[in-house]
Design a protein around this ligand. Structure first.
Ligand code: S3P
Ligand code: PEP
Length: 441
């Protein structure tokens, strides 16, 4: 794919205003699949309209799911299993939340399918999920490198007599995928499906999103800590009628960060105190850095210092394992801190849209920061003075979050160029339009 033209951002001084957030990617793709698997009709409102949800929708349509796009952000789905069509090729771009759950669902459903994505998706691991599905009898072949997409799935006899063991230290999406797909088995079987997590589980709040949404579709998972999950015998999805998707809490992080460094207030609408998304905890990180946060039922507001006027955020040293996506926003904010900032326990960054530890390290250095990094950590010392900032052209590595994070660098004293800004289309096609409406010179 050809890259979009560079975007030059001149220095900005102030940010304030209101943002209506696009729908949550994590909730949208889970709910689209759940509605497709559920008996009955679900109207889903507030669905994210972006690359990641478009590949999920296109995949479901190819599978013969009855799906009506009522409006850009509204989809009506009449579900039921098995899906109508098989023996098809499904392309899922670089959407982890589409690729991993669909792999599990189709492997348990029966039928022949070939699943592929963009080149980077073929470098993102899926072996731990495939191993778990094979324990259940699933027939999955690697069409390229072992442990990675593309995959070929064939019909097989599924049997969950023994607990299935799955690793969760590379991505929580493998456990999410198995949980979401489990009722395809339990609805037809006279026995429960028991999942045991082997070793450490990362990104835990995403599992809570999965369990919450499964419950809304009538499947209550019995849970013993983070170790053991039981989907009861006979458990089947039933359409809840209507689902409203929350605003995306990871997308909210960029705007809340703008309120924190551009005086504010910036108010994001669509997420609030009762959000089921772990990334709302990014507001706590901002508070620790010196921002003032107001939390409401359906909005969060940030106000803070004015870095253009010479003020600084408090430096931090945090474990970011629970909020790996919003953690990138914290890394960009380190440019405005009063000392060295450390991000720990972010090893999953290595296998996301790009190697994010490498990408962050390289691009923050271009702006004048001193950066060190290791297998699962990043340490950033901001430019010592305004004179130490360098104007830079930031590579974005086809990673939407690199583009969105580095827009925050425009609160510094130098112009910043964002390469291939349209890569934000993975989760937030309008990001730079909304950004420009909030900032003032
Ligand atoms: O389940 C989800 O919706 C997600 C889980 C996280 O991935 P990992 O579990 O791989 O960290 C996160 O980074 C991703 O953007 C969305
Ligand atoms: C890691 C991400 O995406 P994916 O759902 O493809 O894993 C992300 O959006 O930051």
């Amino acid at each position: 794919m050809t890259a979009s033209p560079d975007l030059l951002l001149s220095p900005v001084n102030h940010a304030s205003g209101d943002v209506v957030l696009p729908g949550s990617k994590s909730i949208s793709n889970r709910v689209l699949l759940l509605a497709a698997l559920a008996r009955g009709t679900t109207l889903i409102r507030g669905v994210l309209d972006s690359d990641d949800t478009r590949v999920m929708l296109a995949g479901l349509m190819k599978l013969g799911v009855s799906l009506d796009r009522v409006a850009t952000t509204e989809v009506e789905i009449t579900g039921g299993i098995p899906f109508e069509r098989d023996d098809i090729d499904i392309f899922l771009g670089n959407a982890g939340t589409a690729f991993r759950p669909l792999t599990a669902a189709l492997a348990l459903m029966g039928g022949q399918y070939r699943l592929s994505g963009v080149a980077r998706m073929h470098e993102r691991p899926i072996g731990d999920l495939v191993e778990a599905l094979r324990q259940l009898g699933a027939a999955i072949d690697y069409l390229g490198n072992p442990g990675y997409p593309p995959l070929a799935i064939s019909s097989a006899k599924i049997n969950a007599a023994q607990p299935v063991r799955i690793k969760g230290n590379v991505s929580s999406q493998f456990l999410t995928a198995l949980l979401l797909a489990a009722p395809i088995y339990t609805s037809r079987a006279g026995q429960p499906l028991v999942i045991e997590v082997e070793g450490e589980l990362i990104s835990k709040p995403y599992i809570l999103i999965t369990l919450n949404l499964m419950a809304r579709f009538g499947v209550v998972v019995e849970r013993d800590g983070w170790q053991r999950f039981t989907i009861p015998a006979g458990a089947a999805y039933i359409a809840p009628g209507l689902i409203d998707v929350e605003g995306d809490a990871s997308s909210a992080s960029y705007f809340l960060a703008m309120g924190a460094i551009g005086a504010g207030p910036v108010r994001v609408h669509g997420v609030g105190v009762n959000s089921i998304q772990g990334d709302v905890a990014f507001a706590d990180t901002l508070e620790a850095m010196g921002a003032t946060i107001v939390r409401h039922d359906n909005f969060i507001e940030a106000r803070g210092i004015n870095v253009a006027g010479g003020q600084k955020l408090r430096a931090f040293d945090f474990d970011f394992n629970l909020i790996p996506d919003a953690a990138m926003t914290a890394a960009a904010l380190a440019l405005f801190a009063d000392g060295t900032c450390t991000l720990r326990n972010i090893g999953s960054w290595r296998v996301k849209e790009t190697d994010r530890i490498h990408a962050m390290h390289t691009e923050l250095e271009k702006l004048g920061a001193s950066v060190e990094s290791g297998a699962d950590w990043l340490r950033i010392t901001p430019p010592a003075s305004l004179a130490q900032w360098h104007s830079a052209s930031i590579a974005t590595y086809d990673d939407h979050r690199m583009a969105m994070c580095f827009s925050l660098a425009s609160f510094g004293p130098v112009p910043v160029t964002i390469q291939d800004p349209d890569c934000v289309s993975k989760t937030f096609p309008d990001y730079f339009k909304v950004f420009s409406q909030l900032v003032q010179k």
